[in-house]
Design a protein around this ligand. Structure first.
Ligand SMILES: [Fe+2]
Ligand SMILES: [Fe+2]
Length: 251
């Protein structure tokens, strides 16, 4: 695991990024980012990832929050690199699990059966009081999963975007933010072209998130966008042709 990075810290409210790369198995392992929000000692874990990283992530986040104080765990969608460890987190925490209502039944295939602990999200999203502040679940359907949400933390003004903004890139030097958007585009392009639904969906998501003041966009793979790169990325996504825009190539 790379060294954790503080994306926000005002003493009471913290947002921390944890990243896993595997340089020896670059072809078979997709690097992932996990995020933890801690508010006054209470934890909110975002996209905890697969079983393969569970032990290491558990130890890493224990430094910042008591595991029994993790109140919520959010899964942007059903993929194994996001939700594969749900059974482990069910055993080790008392947390509520927040995920699209499209995927609740599927979680039993990861060995998770306690449906009473799930807070299913309806398609047009929700908001949740967390400490003094609000967390919003913003629809991101078909970008790429059919039941998919981004999470906006009003306190830190960070948009946790799941696979949107994901880059297929490993960082050897621990710096996990985009330095030059133009250079970074090549790491975004292939992933978004194939995994994202269509330009129409990209535009719908940008229109939704643009209503909020965004200081950082933190994706589940790759690097964080901040400062002018937030705007550059949103503009790029708005213009992106992807998914069904390339139907002829696929069928
Ligand atoms: Fe995914
Ligand atoms: Fe992913």
């Amino acid at each position: 695991m790379d060294k954790e990075i503080f994306l926000y810290d005002d003493g009471v409210h913290k947002c921390i990024m944890f990243s896993f790369d595997d340089e020896e198995h670059e072809d078979s392992f997709l690097s992932v980012n996990q995020y933890l929000i801690v508010n006054d000692g209470v934890g909110f874990l975002i996209d905890p990832g697969s079983e393969a990283i569970f032990d290491e992530l558990y130890d890493a986040i224990s430094k910042y929050v008591k595991i029994e104080n993790i109140k919520y765990i959010f899964f942007s969608h059903q993929d194994p690199d996001v939700s594969g460890s749900i059974a482990q987190w069910a055993v080790t925490t008392k947390a509520k699990f927040i995920i699209s209502n499209l995927w609740t039944r599927f979680m039993s295939h990861y060995g998770f059966m306690e449906m009473s602990r799930v807070m299913p999200l309806v398609d047009n999203g929700a908001k949740l009081k967390f400490g003094e502040d609000t967390i919003r679940f913003i629809p991101a359907h078909f970008l790429h999963s059919p039941g998919n949400f981004s999470l906006y933390d009003e306190k830190s003004k960070i948009l946790f975007s799941g696979d949107i903004g994901a880059a297929v890139i490993n960082s050897n030097h621990g710096l996990k933010k985009v330095a030059n958007f133009n250079e970074h585009k090549e790491y975004l392009a292939g992933f978004h072209k194939r995994y994202m639904g269509s330009n129409k969906l990209c535009r719908a998501w940008v229109a939704k998130v643009e209503k909020f003041e965004i200081n950082k966009i933190a994706p589940q793979h790759g690097f964080v966008f901040e400062d002018e790169n937030v705007e550059f990325f949103l503009k790029w996504l708005e213009d992106l042709k992807c998914g069904s825009d390339f139907m002829q190539e696929l069928y």
